[in-house]
Ligand binder design. Structure first.
Ligand SMILES: [Zn+2]
Length: 205
């Protein structure tokens, strides 16, 4: 039987999370660039975050054409949300610096969605992206995202990173509503684990 996906949240119909998605009017435009291998990740949060925001675009790919890239970068002050190492000679801004130095309506932030290894490769394959000024988040609380293995407590899910980014940039509390999506995702995952456990006890698996 063909698997049926919800057209809005892109999850399997029986795992639809649309009822948990808030409708948020964001000022800073976001563009999610998702690595193709991240697309079928049932535990991924990028699409759910995108579907909750009014000013958001979503592209899947590893290497983007120069046309696509110039389209992504032109007309607005465009930043990349990605940590910069000391060897990289790129401009870096804290959210506070961006907030005080640029009109927010004129800002756009690109967000890479994938593992560290994959997103590093995306930067390597798209030097135009790597050269963009970077935004760095303030040090965060350890991630609540217990579903996927994190490299360290500072790695945030895409949803948590966006929640922190937009809250800091726009000085708004509305983005805390994204937490509902995270809670629903975690609850769904925990229910699934319980069900698996029960099936194993009954010897059905
Ligand atoms: Zn849905």
């Amino acid at each position: 039987m063909a698997r049926v996906y919800c057209t809005k949240c892109h999850r399997l119909e029986n795992l639809c999370l649309c009822s948990a998605l808030p409708e948020l009017e964001n000022k800073v435009e976001l563009v999610f660039l998702q690595h193709p291998l991240e697309q079928k990740q049932v535990k991924g949060t990028a699409w759910l975050t995108h579907a909750s925001l009014s000013q958001s675009h979503f592209l899947v790919g590893e290497q983007f054409s120069s046309d696509e890239l110039s389209h992504l970068i032109q007309h607005k002050q465009t930043f990349l949300l990605y940590p910069a190492s000391e060897e990289e000679s790129v401009m870096t801004y804290s959210t506070e610096e961006v907030q005080t130095q640029f009109p927010l309506e004129n800002c756009r932030v690109l967000i890479l969605d994938g593992t560290w290894k994959k997103t590093k490769k995306m930067l390597y394959l798209n030097p135009e992206l790597a050269a963009l000024p970077r935004i760095m988040l303030q040090p965060q609380q350890p991630s609540e995202y217990r579903i996927r293995k994190q490299k360290n407590a500072q790695s945030l899910s895409t949803l948590e990173a966006v929640m922190a980014l937009l809250s800091e940039l726009e000085q708004s509390s509305q983005y805390h509503r994204l937490q509902n999506v995270m809670d629903a995702l975690v609850a769904q995952h925990e229910a699934w684990i319980e069900m698996e456990k029960a099936l194993r006890i009954e010897g059905l698996k």
